[in-house]
Write a protein that binds this ligand. Structure first.
Ligand SMILES: Cc1cc2nc3c(=O)[nH]c(=O)nc-3n(C[C@H](O)[C@H](O)[C@H](O)COP(=O)(O)OP(=O)(O)OC[C@H]3O[C@@H](n4cnc5c(N)ncnc54)[C@H](O)[C@@H]3O)c2cc1C
Length: 598
């Protein structure tokens, strides 16, 4: 069976020992009240919610799925799986829906460094369920960043209180990656509102029964809009109109035409939404919609990466438990469990390879999520302009890496975990095939991982001549310099530095190549992103090993950390050399074959 325990000890290690969160929080007025004790209490309570409320609904939610029917008024209504409504109410009553919200409107303003851990627990315990609050969080972040004061007053408190949810309405049947060609229209009503019309597909949480109202953030074009992305504006379109006193008014003409039948995340309603002149309100300036929406999309990109991270962790835990229990064959070095008919499969090197791969990615991923969270907090709250600017550059650079690398490695870990279960991994009741199905979508939605890689190599690296990347490489090196010599892991520290050098040289090569070959970025981007992720994890593992090595032996946690990190350096980081060679292979072998010959 799949099992899940929130990895609290490792979360505390990352926060307190790797990143010294206490000092970071104390350094910024907005986070000064957050202490390690408060963080521990939040994570402890979150773990109970994840383990005892959400995880038990994970398999039943998958079996039952969401149901769409036409009600007596011929409205498409969606029922979520049994238990989801009650669980959402518990989430709201516990204040979890307000955890990262703006304090001026009732949010708790907790730092991202901490809330990434909460997000990981939610996705690990129940990815389908997690998507409802996660989309709502992104929606409130976008409103808080770009909407008018009045709009914030109307929409933020009820979403923070968990009485309403939010969505992100971008995709249309003919427009997924290329949002510049959307057709949805918004025509001024003459009273400050707009009539929004069009059909959006694949809308996560577009219709459901968890809350009283759903607030759609919709990309649409004004009648005089120029073609392409510059013509896109952003509108708030509530399912129920909101009266002046905050109570719910008439039903807006936005209806759910159907929900998708999907490979995974079956407890998450993926809706087709028809807007038939629905009343909407413009956010900010006309034509800036896509830029505003990027606030939400970047939030969701990190969040969806964390979906991969959370699922990879569950797969690892489940496979490790199974491998200690399942008896097959004898250890190559001789029987270990002599009293039993066979040894537990954890004795076999290949089973250990699978477990350690998933574990090494999961632990480095947790540290990377915390690092990106720290940069987000600094970009938002730090008092020094230059520090804020550097942090913002890193957030922009690292968001596509987090989204794609987490979700790719999370999927890989789920497949490895399933493989550890052998044939039983393919059978539904064990829960491992669900993890594989649920993890797969994270590589696809919120901008496919191919698009994330293009964003990294093109917009975030080549377009600015490597300016952001240089900030990152300098920070990586100075963090290692600050650690100094740790003899027990000197080899690993040197390997991490060598890997950073390789990434820097490959980056320089790619920037130069892109000047002479228009296909260079597209040809290299996926390999480049994987190289970037592997080197980043090498850097983080070096930092973690420097802390763990002196304490290993006496303490099982650090002993395991040291062994897992050493495995990373010996068995996973060496792939960086092959990836760098793939990047340098250029575009010719990809582009030579004529399209008609495929
Ligand atoms: C379960 C689910 C939930 C979703 N939730 C939401 C939601 O809440 N809100 C929302 O608005 N959307 C949502 N989506 C839509 C999702 O974000 C899109 O499916 C995704 O961005 C890809 O768009 P597409 O499906 O149209 O693929 P396409 O854009 O048609 O892409 C097809 C393939 O071509 C590649 N490709 C496209 N353009 C390029 C290019 N320029 N260079 C290189 N390769 C390219 C892509 O990487 C992909 O491999 C959801 C989708 C699913 C399946």
């Amino acid at each position: 069976m799949a099992v899940y325990k929130a990895p609290l000890r490792d979360m505390q290690f990352v926060l307190n020992e790797v990143f010294n969160a206490e000092a970071r929080w104390a350094s910024m007025p907005a986070t000064r009240d957050v202490t390690p004790d408060l963080a521990d209490a939040i994570l402890g309570e979150a773990a109970k919610l994840a383990e005892n409320v959400l995880f038990p609904l994970n398999r039943s939610g998958d079996e039952e799925g969401c149901k769409w029917v036409l009600d007596a008024n011929q409205q498409g209504v969606v029922t979520t799986p049994k238990g989801f409504r009650e669980a959402f109410r518990q989430l709201a009553e516990g204040g979890w829906t307000a955890l990262s919200g703006s304090p001026e409107f009732g949010g708790q303003g907790m730092p991202k460094m901490l809330t990434v851990m909460f997000d990981e627990m939610l996705y690990g315990a129940n990815s389908s369920f997690a998507l409802y609050p996660m989309l709502s969080n992104g929606c409130t972040l976008c409103i808080a960043s770009h909407a008018s004061e009045e709009q914030k007053q109307v929409y933020l408190p009820p979403i923070y209180e968990g009485r309403w949810c939010g969505t992100m309405c971008l995709t249309e049947a003919h427009a997924g990656t290329d949002l510049g060609i959307i057709r949805s229209k918004a025509v001024p009503n003459g009273d400050g509102s707009y009539a929004v019309s069009g059909t959006k597909i694949f809308i996560t949480g577009g219709e459901h029964d968890l809350v009283d109202n759903i607030i759609h953030l919709v990309l649409a074009k004004l009648p005089d809009a120029p073609p392409g992305p510059k013509g896109i504006s952003l509108f708030i379109v509530p399912k129920f109109l909101v009266n002046a006193d905050g109570s719910l008014g008439a039903r807006n003409p936005v209806s759910c035409g159907s929900i998708e039948h999907k490979m995974g995340i079956k407890g998450s309603a993926t809706a087709v939404l028809n807007f038939d002149g629905a009343k909407g309100w413009l956010i900010g300036e006309p034509g800036n919609g896509l830029a505003y929406m990027f606030t939400m999309m970047n939030y969701e990109r990190l969040s969806i990466g964390i979906q991969g991270l959370g699922l990879g962790e569950v797969a690892y835990q489940s496979a490790a438990a199974y491998a200690k229990d399942r008896l097959q064959s004898r250890a190559p070095t001789g029987a270990v469990a002599k009293e039993k008919m066979a040894d537990p499969i954890i004795v076999h090197p290949d089973v250990r390879r699978m477990l350690l791969t998933a574990r090494a990615y999961s632990e480095a991923g947790r540290a990377f999520a915390c690092f990106v969270g720290e940069q987000l907090d600094m970009a938002k709250y730090h008092e020094d302009d230059a520090t804020r600017a550097d942090a913002d550059a890193l957030v922009q650079l690292l968001t596509p890496v987090a989204k794609a690398f987490f979700s790719d490695k999370g999927f890989e870990s789920c497949v490895l975990g399933q493989q550890v279960f052998g044939g039983h991994g393919y059978i539904r009741e064990w829960g491992m095939e669900q993890l594989v199905r649920d993890a797969r979508i994270a590589q696809i939605y919120e901008g496919t991982n191919g698009i994330q890689a293009l964003d990294l190599a093109g917009r975030k690296v080549a377009r600015n001549g490597g300016a952001y990347a240089r900030v990152y490489f300098a920070q990586m090196r100075s963090a290692l310099d600050a650690i100094g010599a740790v003899p027990a892991v000197a080899g690993e520290m040197a390997a991490a530095r060598k890997a950073i050098q390789l990434l820097e040289e490959t980056t320089d090569w790619l920037i130069a190549e892109a000047k002479g070959d228009a296909n260079a970025i597209g040809a290299a981007s996926v390999d480049y992103l994987e190289l970037f992720g592997l080197v980043t994890y090498g850097w983080l593992w070096a930092r973690m090993l420097a802390i763990a090595a002196p304490k290993a032996g006496a303490d099982a946690f650090y002993t395991a950390k040291l062994a897992t990190g050493r495995f990373y350096f010996q068995r996973l980081l060496p792939k960086a050399d092959a990836l760098a060679a793939q990047v340098r292979a250029g575009s010719v072998s990809l582009m030579t074959l004529d399209s008609t010959l495929f």
